[in-house]
Design a protein. Structure first.
Length: 435
């Protein structure tokens, strides 16, 4: 039986352990050595894959076992063809995911690592811990659903004595230490309310990636790590999504940046012509397009500029008279009537839907979603079931239009964010991952 590409899964007991810092440093350090490294990210995340791509010079794809079926997962894993190594970054803790399974499982990092045969490198934040760090690692390695564990990397090590103490206990328990990262507050990446500040917004990103690579190369045994990589069977037959149109006008700028790389790759493979435009630059969508797609992003940070973008809004309205326009999350907010910013100021949006949202009244909406369409969405007929996620802090004040879908969380409980439809215009806080 042929094997897939060798790889490693970078995982941890919890969020905030240092997975992304280590992953970015590894990607750049290994790429500098001449290796072709294919990055992947577990779960619904727009931001980390953009950093992966900057570090590795190769597009990073989400692998999501809750929202994706196995043919789609295998198609995406096949993007590693020709790579020397896969680096797969987990999400949250290694075994974290919804209690209720989705299409290929609960969406845990452990499931994906087992599916493709990538041993786990467990990142442990050892701040305030001594020998107990080894007990944590042992529990993760002996979990009944554990993938093979290649070893551990200690993070936030306080001193050589601290490191030696933990290494001795790891050795006693038969756990391999692949590296130890000392505390370095100067290497942290800036954050905002939805995660890291986007890669494209960081002017000094290249210098940061080089510094992270130097840091990781100095404190991780890269040869031992490479020798620990493993592979399962080669990915099976894959299936790519059918695109919603042949010519898609896609909003792309700092306010509209949440587009999954696997969606763009599916469009590319199907011969779609993507026509990018920038609402922040007051550009109207190309009138020759078949569809306008407004992805999510940060419109709440740019509401004044969007409200003043007359050419953009007028071009969008003219387009919507005859052809479909769809908005996801932030794009949905912009299709609405008004957006109220964090200071309580109301900004006029496109007015193609009656939606009114407020960022002043902040409340986190987060989780996987399934959506049974009550009306057609570009590329999908009424009655289709879609899978995705919701992640925003905005509150709906008014949602007067007909609902787009019956939307439920991962446990099957209905949620109030049903989306909206009016004429050719559709929108939802639901981010589509797979149909």
């Amino acid at each position: 039986m042929s094997e897939g590409p060798k790889g490693l899964a970078i995982a941890a007991p919890a969020s905030g352990s240092g997975k992304t810092t280590l992953t970015l440093g590894l990607l750049r350090a290994l790429t500098r050595r001449g290796l072709r490294v294919q990055p992947f990210k577990n779960g619904p995340d727009y931001i980390d894959p953009a950093f992966h791509a900057a570090a590795a010079g190769r597009a990073s794809y989400n692998l999501d076992g809750w929202a994706m079926d196995r043919p789609q997962l295998h198609a995406l894993a096949g993007q590693a063809a020709g790579a020397d190594l896969v680096i797969f970054e987990g999400a949250m803790g290694l075994y974290d995911g919804p209690a209720d399974p989705g299409r290929s499982g609960r969406g845990t990092s452990a499931e994906i690592a087992r599916m493709f045969g990538w041993p786990v490198v467990l990142v442990l934040d050892v701040k305030g811990q001594g020998q107990s760090a080894a007990a944590t690692a042992l529990g993760f390695a002996r979990h009944p659903e554990a993938p093979p564990v290649a070893g551990v990397i200690l993070n936030h090590v306080a001193s050589p004595r601290h490191e030696a103490m933990i290494r001795a206990e790891m050795d006693r328990l038969g756990l391999r230490v692949l590296g130890a990262l000392p505390r370095r507050s100067d290497l942290s990446l800036p954050e905002r309310h939805l995660g890291l500040v986007q890669a494209e917004e960081q002017a000094g990103l290249e210098a940061t990636l080089e510094a992270l690579a130097d840091f990781v190369a100095a404190h991780v045994d890269l040869e031992a790590l490479l020798s620990a990589a493993g592979a399962g069977a080669a990915p099976g037959a894959g299936a790519w999504a059918v695109p919603p149109a042949g010519r898609i006008a896609l909003a792309r700028d700092a306010a509209f940046s949440f587009v999954y790389p696997h969606m763009l790759e599916a469009w590319r493979r199907a011969g779609v012509t993507v026509l990018p435009f920038s609402p922040l630059a007051d550009q109207a969508p190309d009138p020759s397009a078949d569809l306008v797609w407004l992805p999510g992003g940060y419109p709440e940070l740019h509401a004044g500029r969007i409200a003043a973008a007359g050419r953009f809004k007028e071009g969008l309205r003219r387009f919507a008279e005859t052809r479909p326009v769809h908005g996801e999350c932030g794009g949905y907010m912009v299709l609405g009537a008004r957006l109220i910013d964090a200071e309580g100021r109301a900004h006029a949006m496109a007015g193609l839907l009656g939606l009114v949202t407020s960022y002043e009244k902040r409340r986190l909406h987060l989780g996987y979603r399934s959506a049974d369409l009550l009306a057609p969405l570009p590329g999908y007929g009424a009655g289709s079931r879609l899978y995705g996620h919701e992640f925003h802090y905005s509150t709906i004040l008014e949602q007067p239009d007909a609902p787009l879908a019956k939307v439920c969380d991962a446990a099957g409980a209905p949620v109030a964010e049903t989306g909206s439809v009016r004429g050719h215009v559709t929108g939802s806080f639901f981010h589509l991952i797979a149909g």
